[in-house]
Design a protein around this ligand. Structure first.
Ligand SMILES: Nc1nc2c(c(=O)[nH]1)N[C@H]1C(S)=C(S)[C@@H](COP(=O)(O)OP(=O)(O)OC[C@H]3O[C@@H](n4cnc5c(N)ncnc54)[C@H](O)[C@@H]3O)O[C@H]1N2
Ligand code: MOO
Length: 394
């Protein structure tokens, strides 16, 4: 049971958790952004027949001379059952099958046609030119997409070209969000004194949707111990990953940690040497993972990006889930005193990263324009303009 761990240790603990990934078959049109859970094997050779790569004339290269008699026409979609006679050519179009006996296509720009005879210069022609051979793209049984590949529009095109209707992908976990806090009001309602709008819920929901989480359940609970325990139990019956916001600090109305323990959740770690997001709690129960995010909006978003997002990506088969930050030069000096890792809302301007004003953990203003977070390590007090800093994009 770890307490007040460094950021690196927190990530190490998360990486060591076992993740119960499941896979399912989906229609290729619904697979965009998901990761393949097994290699995709080609059910056929592609192209399945030799075909022309140009509009022109199909000939046999070994026939002698610089002219041929045109004896037929083959369109794309045709299935010719004749063999090209010696010394002859057929008019052919892009994508049309090259007939038996022909091995070379001369594009029409290189040909002078007079009546039924074509003339060309032999030195401009080479054996096999403009013929797309059967199996040139892939052979029957060949692995065309490895496991754990993210499906892009291009991948979908490839799958369709192979006649594949469904693809096996990793399922996304069901994620629950429990919002705690008597002061939290849904947008669309008037605010009474002491109340604030629920910012964490909509923002977490958007993050989850962006990651491709398909099932999201939202729960709201009053700051009352028995209620928090009841709603945690209800949520744990329904989801694979449970996120909570607020109520994880040490206040008299912070009931989340106790409620999780009462429901049998074991602590992986509690509190991280970071700002914002210090009171983060991570727990596990059988195959479920539980993240109690500190209620301040900046803490929620920082903890989500640093810890929840990579776990969810790993769950969904992304091999780059923990690949870490990119390094960019910082646009001005930065100094901190506290021996904590800082995560700072930042914007990229002309290749440099700028730390935005308003870094307090209640302040959402910089999130309006930020591109991501800069990480300043725990023991570093000063960063000089132009030096490289770790940057995590959304
Ligand atoms: N005595 C101490 N007090 C606090 C400590 C500490 O170490 N000792 N840590 C502070 C830090 S750091 C953080 S972060 C917060 C975390 O507190 P909780 O997780 O218990 O969160 P709450 O108190 O419930 O809420 C904090 C803050 O966030 C607002 N909030 C909550 N939910 C939402 C929401 N859905 N949308 C928008 N804003 C939300 C809430 O109104 C509070 O202002 O504890 C410090 N205190
Ligand atoms: O850990 Mo808190 O987010 O600094 O306010």
């Amino acid at each position: 049971m770890y307490e007040f761990v460094e950021v690196g240790k927190a990530k190490e603990l998360l990486k060591s958790l076992s993740i119960p990934r499941k896979s399912k078959k989906v229609n290729i049109q619904e697979s965009l952004g998901k990761f393949t859970s097994s290699p995709v094997v080609s059910p056929m050779a592609v192209p399945s027949f030799d075909n022309s790569g140009m509009d022109g004339y199909a000939i046999s290269w070994s026939d002698q001379g610089e002219s041929r008699k045109v004896v037929d026409v083959i369109q794309a979609g045709a299935s010719p059952d004749f063999e090209l006679p010696k010394g002859c050519a057929v008019r052919i179009f892009t994508g049309a099958p090259v007939p038996k006996g022909a091995d070379t296509v001369i594009q029409q720009e290189l040909v002078n046609r007079v009546g039924e005879v074509i003339f060309f210069e032999a030195e401009q022609v080479s054996l096999g030119m403009n013929v797309r051979k059967a199996g040139a793209q892939c052979q029957l049984g060949e692995i065309v997409i490895p496991s754990q590949t993210q499906i892009t529009p291009g991948t979908i095109g490839l799958l369709a070209s192979l006649g594949i209707l469904e693809v096996e992908v990793f399922e996304s976990p069901k994620v629950g969000i429990i919002l705690t806090g008597d002061e939290i009001i849904e947008i669309g309602n008037p605010l009474r004194p002491g109340q604030i709008y629920n910012a964490n819920g909509p923002s977490l929901q958007a993050f989850l949707e962006k990651l491709g989480i398909e099932e999201i359940k939202i729960f709201k609970v009053k700051d009352e111990a028995s209620e928090v325990t009841r709603v945690v139990r209800e949520a744990l019956n329904e989801v694979d990953v449970l996120l909570l916001t607020g109520g994880i600090s040490v206040g008299d109305y912070d009931f989340v940690k106790g409620s999780l323990e009462e429901n049998g959740v074991s602590q992986v770690f509690y509190k991280v040497k970071q700002r914002p997001g210090k009171p983060l709690f991570v727990g596990s129960m059988q195959e479920q993972l539980i993240f109690a995010l500190p209620g301040n909006p900046a803490s929620v978003l920082s903890c989500f990006i640093q810890y929840v997002k990579p776990i969810l990506q790993e769950w969904m088969g992304n091999p780059e889930a923990w690949s870490g930050p990119v390094y960019l030069p910082i646009s001005s000096d930065f100094t901190k005193k506290a021996p904590l890792t800082f995560f700072l809302k930042s914007k990229i301007n002309q290749g440099k990263v700028e730390i935005l004003p308003g870094q307090e953990s209640f302040n959402l203003l910089p999130f309006g324009i930020a591109d991501g977070l800069v990480e300043i390590p725990q023991d570093q007090e000063h960063v000089e303009e132009g030096s490289l800093v770790a940057f995590y994009s959304w």
